[in-house]
Design a protein around this ligand. Structure first.
Ligand code: PLP
Length: 431
């Protein structure tokens, strides 16, 4: 399979180039030349397959020309080593819990698949792959966990000092081995700038065999389509789900659109955002106006210029009418989000993290306007990851902390301190 850039200014590349270089030189995003559709035989049996078998069928449709079936099966099975259950919390109101993986956020699906696919792509290359990633929280932890002890790789994570939660920091800084954490005296934007400066330095980039693990990488997107299938078939046959997706960079929602391309029947998508509502605004007006992000309590969605928007547009042939026919957008304030967390706990006994709470609000709004429909809201993170906000709203010791998060508290943080200075960063990399 070849991959072309959404901007169409550069020649198509092969899978290895698309995954390891990840950013086309024309600043577009890679898309597969052909969007696969799952065959009729798949649709006869899909309700009876395991999620691993569904994942394999999807992975094969995208990557089967380039990766042998046995290797692909191993990659999928290594990725899907934890469940993605659907919880019905009220009639028509479902939560797809995507937070049962090693770092308790949906990003585990994409990161684990990407690590395994990258390791396969560089097998026998005889040189180490250096994965650079800037994180504002969840991405770094998922990538660190996914690449930990993967042969032939080392990972360098840049995170802004004092701006990630205590538990998130432990997820980045306690693994050791091939994972190195750099604590940058600056903001998330500084971290991203440093990463970019390393990639722009061709000599450095070549000599270290640099690759990026950010959310625009296709290897993170494809596995995120797996769980849309798993969730859709949890509803009675013939009921088409409305997926409500708490969104920031819109990778998760784009993966849902890929699922539809593959043939999955989906009634509609609802894009749920916090005050960073560039996409809901676009869906309303047809006017796309990216702008600087504002800070909210659902901080993994604080994105002012969603990086997957170009892919969404490509999937609708650039048509605003077509996009708004399939996706609606709603945004909510922090006060509304906090109230939702309290209400759902009090009335339904369910703990919503601030991101899922934004989704839940959007789901109520959708069902109020479309009675009798079934919504499935993506539960993107475990509530324990956002303990501060949870305890503010629900009280102390209400949220249970899973063992794998709790044990991190006693582990020793190891991070290299660094100024937000491009030359210092590059000099460190060279050493
Ligand atoms: C990353 C993240 C999101 C946003 O996902 P996108 O794919 O960037 O839209 C939402 N919730 C949580 C908890 C996240 O970590």
């Amino acid at each position: 399979m070849l991959y072309h850039s959404t901007n169409k200014q550069v020649a198509p590349v092969d899978l290895k180039e698309a995954i390891l270089r990840s950013l086309p030189a024309d600043n577009g995003l890679y898309m597969p030349e052909i969007l696969p559709v799952l065959p009729a035989e798949f649709w006869q049996i899909w309700r009876h397959l395991s999620i691993q078998e569904i994942g394999f069928a999807i992975a094969e449709a995208f990557f089967g020309e380039d990766v042998p079936a046995a290797a692909l099966r191993e990659i999928v099975e290594g990725t899907l080593s934890f469940p993605a259950p659907v919880e019905g919390i009220a009639p028509g109101d479902h939560i797809l819990e995507l937070f049962h993986g090693p770092t308790l956020a949906f990003k585990d699906f994409g990161a684990r698949f990407m690590a395994r696919l990258m390791a396969w792509l560089v097998r026998g290359d005889n040189r180490e792959l250096t994965v650079l990633v800037a994180t504002s929280g969840d991405t770094g932890g998922a990538v660190a966990s996914a690449f930990h002890r993967v042969p032939g790789t080392r990972v360098i994570i840049l995170y802004p000092k004092g701006k990630v939660s205590g538990l998130q920091e432990k997820q980045l800084t306690t693994l050791g081995d091939n994972i190195t954490a750099l604590e940058i005296d600056g903001t998330f934007d500084d971290c991203q700038r440093l990463v970019k400066s390393a990639f722009l330095d061709r000599e450095l980039s070549e000599s270290l065999n640099l690759t990026s693990a950010n959310s625009i990488n296709l290897a993170r997107l494809v596995p995120q389509s797996f769980y849309y299938f798993e969730a859709a078939r949890s509803l009675p046959e013939g009921v088409k789900p409305v997926f409500v997706v708490p969104s920031g960079n819109f990778g998760n929602l784009t993966a849902g659109l890929l699922a539809v391309q593959l043939g999955l029947p989906v009634e509609h998508f609802v894009a749920a955002t916090n005050a960073n509502d560039v996409v809901p605004q676009y869906l309303k007006s047809g006017d796309y106006q990216p702008r600087p992000s504002v800070a909210t309590i659902s901080n993994a969605m604080d994105v002012g210029a969603p990086s997957n928007f170009a892919r969404m547009q490509a999937l609708f042939g650039g048509s605003w009418e077509a996009m708004r026919g399939k996706i609606s957008g709603y945004s909510f304030t922090d006060d509304q989000t906090r109230a939702a967390m309290r209400t759902v706990k009090a009335t339904l006994g369910y703990d919503l993290d601030p991101h899922a709470a934004v989704g839940w609000l959007a789901a109520q709004k959708w069902r109020a306007a479309h009675p009798g429909t079934a919504t499935i809201t993506l539960g993107t993170a475990h509530p324990a990851k956002f303990l501060d906000v949870m305890e503010e709203e629900l009280g102390k010791d209400v949220v249970e902390i899973p063992e794998r998060l709790a044990i991190l508290a006693d582990r020793e943080k190891v991070a290299i301190q660094m100024a937000a200075d491009e030359e210092a960063f590059k000099a460190w990399l060279k050493r």
